[in-house]
Design a protein around this ligand. Structure first.
Ligand SMILES: Nc1ncnc2c1ncn2[C@@H]1O[C@H](COP(=O)(O)OP(=O)(O)O)[C@@H](O)[C@H]1O
Ligand SMILES: [Mg+2]
Length: 270
């Protein structure tokens, strides 16, 4: 059984602005999307802006019920499961969004932010929880003393580390990372990608790594899927197959990261 199975998902957004039913226009954002993610693997989901990546991410997180199709997490349908199963699923399936400044409450301390999932699921004693938060901070390359700080006192990269610490607090099976490193500078991006890689190996985590950045996806992913206009246009179970794809959109993406001079176009140059 695959950890995650998306089966033939189709989704539309209605136009909320129009109140006349007759003029309401539905835009198809996802068309017959199917994919699977196995335990311990990182699936890169790439595509240009507006391709439908975040919508698919929301569908997979159980936040946006698709018009058609199924999402199975550990074999269970996300949208028909019992409340108890859903609660368990929420613990095993976490998310890190792009911009942590807007996805965390600026008034909370790092301790409260990272402690929130623990409050919900673990019911630790005050001292146990503090110890756990301190460990989580160390795991993502921050320090125990940082737990007293609030979001405004961290850099973008540090705050992304806080979000990652929160996402791993409950030892999930899978994390959806939606443009999680996209707004960071190159050096910080690389550092966070390495951190994600280490955490993945250590806890055999699975990632759905959503990005418009083929380089970042290539670095961290085992397999890659390319989306365009709500459809999957290429699936590479071995990420290196991306370089031999005949799909025009994929060729375009790949060409954008190749060095200018053909003589430099080696594997390492990629
Ligand atoms: N809540 C929404 N209501 C209506 N349209 C939406 C909504 N969210 C996204 N869209 C539209 O769906 C398409 C796909 O968006 P999105 O999934 O965010 O793409 P991506 O993450 O690949 O950039 C876009 O055309 C976007 O404008
Ligand atoms: Mg997006």
């Amino acid at each position: 059984m695959s950890l995650l199975e998306v089966k033939d998902v189709t989704h539309t957004y209605g136009s909320a602005r129009s109140f006349l039913p007759i003029r309401r226009k539905e835009t198809q954002v996802l068309s017959n999307v199917s994919l699977t993610v196995e335990q311990g693997m990182c699936m890169g989901l790439i595509g240009t802006s507006g391709a439908g990546k975040s919508t698919l991410g929301k569908v997979i997180l159980g936040l946006e019920k698709p018009k058609k199709g199924q999402v199975l997490f550990q074999g269970e349908d996300l949208y028909t499961m019992t409340a108890a199963a859903r609660r368990k699923m929420r613990r095993d399936l976490q998310v890190v969004f792009q911009d942590s400044y807007s996805s965390v409450n600026p008034r909370l301390t790092a301790e409260q932010i990272i402690g929130e999932p623990l409050d919900n699921y673990e019911k630790l004693s005050v001292s146990e929880q503090k110890r756990t938060v301190a460990q989580l901070l160390e795991m993502v390359g921050l320090h125990a003393e940082d737990m007293k700080k609030r979001p405004g006192q961290f850099s973008g990269g540090q705050l992304q580390r806080i979000s990652i610490a929160r996402s791993i607090a409950l030892k999930p099976k899978m994390i959806v990372l939606d443009e999680s490193v996209s707004s960071l500078d190159m050096v910080t991006q690389t550092n966070i990608l390495h951190l994600l890689q280490e955490l993945k190996n250590e806890y055999s985590l699975s990632y759905l790594f959503i990005t418009h950045d083929i380089r970042a996806a290539y670095f961290i992913s085992d397999a890659m899927i390319v989306m365009e206009n709500g459809r999957i246009v290429e699936t590479c179970y071995d990420k290196n197959d991306i370089f031999t794809s005949e799909q025009p959109k994929v060729k375009e993406l790949v060409a954008s990261i190749l060095p200018e001079h053909p003589k430099d176009r080696t594997i390492t140059g990629r």
